[in-house]
Design a protein around this ligand. Structure first.
Ligand code: SF4
Length: 124
């Protein structure tokens, strides 16, 4: 992310991150949007290096738990149900690839449920 923004790592860490509960987190703007969101809210400034949770959103277990929760999530993400339809296999692959990249693979229960397809605007 620092490289994409053209700043040194220590500058990036100081300006855009903080620690909470022992985890390094991206800062939020005053309006609570992610600090990596462009000032016009149009795009992610670090899209190619965005965190795993951004790469897999909205295909998180807690959102895919049932259709009611999926519909509720639309309140916070207007892109849900506006992109192309992702098959269950594509969703599983997205999450599997990211889990493997983070060393999180093969943990029981870390799989999407039996939903067959969901639509998400191109994941931020
Ligand atoms: S994709 Fe992730 S890192 Fe980029 S602006 Fe959205 S929340 Fe922030």
């Amino acid at each position: 992310m620092a490289e994409i923004l053209g700043v040194k790592l220590n500058q990036f860490l100081a300006k855009y991150t903080h620690r909470k509960d022992g985890e390094l987190r991206l800062n939020e703007r005053l309006d609570h949007a992610c600090a990596m969101l462009s000032s016009d809210n149009a795009y992610c400034m670090v899209h190619a290096a965005r965190p795993q949770q951004c790469r897999t959103y909205p295909f998180w277990d807690e959102i895919l738990v049932n259709e009611f929760v999926w519909v509720l999530e639309q309140r916070t993400c207007p892109g849900i149900n506006k992109g192309r339809i992702y098959t269950e296999q594509e969703i599983l692959k997205i999450n599997r690839d990211e889990e493997q990249a983070s060393g999180y693979e093969n943990i029981p229960g870390n799989q999407t449920n039996g939903k067959t397809s969901f639509s998400g605007e191109d994941q931020l």
